[in-house]
Design a protein. Structure first.
Length: 153
């Protein structure tokens, strides 16, 4: 095995680590990358001796640190980040809703779902197991931002 093959193995390992961070998260690809880099360093120790192996360790460490430094510093990382803002809010129960108000289940209430009371759509919680859509419902309890309902009989 020549020096070019060893450097190629180490570069493949570095590319696998970068690929893991940018494209395929989970760590499995990064583990293969680290194993490739270790295999290249071990091969340099076995074939070319301790001096060359030690030089390869330092070279691999410096190249790895520099590549991650520049990867984090450039705008590439920011382009791949998720920059969405969450602007939705929990139920803001209006003063108009009170216990005893009647409405209609818009979606199936499998514990939670959507109900309409007048012109207001609210997330509601069923006291029973399931309430089918388009079933008349009644507010039983309002606890902070949660509305508990039961089907009308």
């Amino acid at each position: 095995m020549n020096i070019g093959s060893i450097i190629l193995i180490i570069l493949v390992g570095l590319l696998l680590m970068i690929l893991d961070f940018l494209v395929i998260p989970g760590g499995v690809v990064a583990i293969f990358g680290v194993l490739c880099m270790i295999a290249g360093i071990v091969a340099s120790y076995v074939i070319y001796g301790a001096t060359f192996g030690t030089i390869m360790i330092f070279a691999v460490a410096i190249v790895t640190l520099l590549s991650f430094y520049f990867m984090m510093r450039t705008k590439t990382w920011r382009k791949l980040q998720l920059n969405t803002q969450i602007d939705s809010k929990m139920n803001q129960i209006s003063e108009q809703l009170k216990v005893g108000d009647q409405g209609v289940a818009i979606s199936r209430l499998a514990q939670k779902g959507t109900g309409r009371f007048g012109d207001q759509m609210m997330e509601v919680t069923s006291l029973q197991e399931f309430v089918d859509a388009n079933t008349p419902i009644e507010i039983v309890k309002i606890d902070q931002n949660e509305i508990f309902v039961k089907p009308l009989k």
